[in-house]
Design a protein around this ligand. Sequence first.
Ligand code: NAD
Length: 284
Amino acid sequence: MEFHTTAVIGAGLMGGGIAQFFAEAGVPVLLNDMNEALVETGIDAIRERLTKSVARGKIPSRRAAEVMALITPVDNLSGLSEADFVIEAIVEDQAKKADLFGKLSHHIRPDAVLATNTSSLSVTALSEATTQPERFLGIHFFNPPTKLELVEVVPTPHTAKHVVDSACTALAACGKTPVQVKDSPGFIVNRLLLLLINEAARMVDEGVASAEDIDTAMRLAALHPAGPLTIADLIGLDTVTKILDTLGERMDATKYAPASSLTTAVNHGDLGRKSGKGFYDYTP
Ligand SMILES: NC(=O)c1ccc[n+]([C@@H]2O[C@H](COP(=O)([O-])OP(=O)(O)OC[C@H]3O[C@@H](n4cnc5c(N)ncnc54)[C@H](O)[C@@H]3O)[C@@H](O)[C@H]2O)c1
């Protein structure tokens, strides 16, 4: 199977990146958010990233224009009816996602594959908000989706095997490496990574070492390409905190209780790269 037209719901950090990834793979994308202005903000962010790549000589301007031409803004769910693959990347909130899936079933093709990009919610519980749980699965991209090759593919007990197989084939055809993982809290990567990020943030709270030195230590000794606090800023500290809360609720509240440097930063609106400040300062 190949995807012919994809739809991405939620034009934020991940949705915009996923839309750009599909367009770069040559697949037309319908990009949706709650209103026209939010869709435009998402499209502007994609255009900005491509413009930077052109300015750095990484791609010719013609390529940037071709990618942009494959992305269509859509400000209502009925505009998604052509898509054979629909992925949701809205806020990490069970009730909001379930509400969306309840409405979505009336607007998408009955044979479309429907996926959630949730990081920490139960994919099985979300599938039960759809009319066709057999065509629903988790497809967990990593930030930035245009660069990170991995996708975690998360079938539920309801997902048809042919849906899993065809999603894996189509994602591989677009250049991703899918790994399959049982629907379980944090899947593979976040279950391990969030513990590491949280412990690094606790070390900052305790004055054990600076953010820079913690990251340098993990890069040079553990051979991680980026340190845990750099990754936290990239993910977004609000998203990190929400994922920790959900992992805590679903597994072990003490083990996953967010470090105070995380909750304080979020309360100040310091969300990492996307707000200009997190463990590091990104103001120009
Ligand atoms: N940030 C990461 O590194 C990362 C990585 C993998 C997965 N995820 C998951 O991806 C999802 C999105 O995360 P994000 O970081 O892009 O968040 P974000 O806040 O940057 O973007 C969320 C977008 O969803 C939109 N939205 C909210 N409700 C909507 C609705 N009902 N219909 C349409 N659009 C709606 C918002 O307006 C916003 O533009 C979450 O489930 C998150 O757990 C995040």
